[in-house]
Design a protein around this ligand. Structure first.
Ligand SMILES: Cc1cc2nc3c(=O)[nH]c(=O)nc-3n(C[C@H](O)[C@H](O)[C@H](O)COP(=O)(O)OP(=O)(O)OC[C@H]3O[C@@H](n4cnc5c(N)ncnc54)[C@H](O)[C@@H]3O)c2cc1C
Length: 224
């Protein structure tokens, strides 16, 4: 098979698609993928989360005996954590705004959005939260090669309908990303598990091919 990108062309026996399923359609496949794949990929979409970092002169919340971990299902910022770097005298909070609340935030000006988000954090930890030295929003929804956060998931009924086939290779193409990992789904752990699983599957396919071509010459997966 041949993979063609802007500045490189690669010929290989196998390809690993290590991007989330919502991006598969950004790649042109010749010949086209089978119908089942075309249908399945349209039933997976990425969520929307704004990740906010706010850095303060000191971790002021600790002086109040607070850990900095906050949860509020009805709050604009539904989760907050102390994300201070080890041995950094400054204090860093990280917070998350998701789904419809993120939609609403993106309707605001940058200044109003910052004010609303910091006010929500201040409701948990005190008004010192309103005046960080550094304020940064990560907005993956506007990244062309990501398009959202944290992960892709199926629409209603999609996992039941398509799940059994989501890892089935198409010829030499293997699908491998944390979005498809059952255990570790949506986490780095899942990405690593999928990497290991895919490597094993490709080695097994290689071994089977060698065995067919030359019985007795093949080695076990991981030994060849
Ligand atoms: C805000 C946020 C917080 C998170 N927090 C945690 C956490 O605390 N713990 C945890 O375990 N996990 C966390 N995760 C999830 C974790 O980051 C992902 O599950 C993991 O990175 C997915 O790994 P992956 O290799 O499957 O895909 P990715 O890391 O998404 O890698 C895919 C790569 O492919 C590239 N790409 C896309 N299209 C193309 C193309 N056409 N050609 C070439 N390259 C392309 C992308 O740019 C990207 O670099 C978090 C994710 C987010 C967004």
């Amino acid at each position: 098979m041949t993979a063609v990108a802007d500045n490189v062309t690669v010929h290989a026996r196998y390809a690993v698609m290590a991007v989330p399923p919502n991006l598969y359609s950004r790649v042109s496949f010749v010949p086209p993928l089978p119908r089942r794949q075309h249908q399945m990929h349209q039933h997976q979409s990425l969520g929307l989360v704004i990740k906010v970092h706010a850095v303060y002169a000191t971790p002021f919340w600790r002086d109040k005996g607070l850990s900095g971990t906050c949860f509020g299902a009805g709050e604009l910022v539904q989760e907050v954590y102390d994300n201070t770097n080890h041995q950094d005298p400054r204090g860093t909070l990280v917070g998350f705004v998701s789904d419809e609340k993120a939609d609403a935030m993106f309707e605001l000006s940058a200044e109003d959005r910052r004010r609303a988000i910091l006010s929500s954090i201040a409701a948990f930890l005190g008004e010192e939260a309103l005046t960080p030295e550094v304020y940064y929003e990560s907005d993956w929804g506007s990244e062309e090669w990501t398009r959202g956060a944290y992960a892709a998931s199926y629409d209603l009924g999609g996992l039941h309908r398509f799940g059994p086939d989501q890892l089935a290779p198409v010829g030499p193409i293997h699908w491998s990303c944390s979005d498809l990992a059952a255990e570790g789904y949506q986490h780095v752990d899942g990405a690593v598990r999928m990497g290991l699983l895919t490597a094993d599957r490709i080695l097994a396919a290689e071994t089977a091919e060698k065995t067919t071509a030359n019985p007795g010459a093949a080695t076990a997966p991981g030994q060849g």
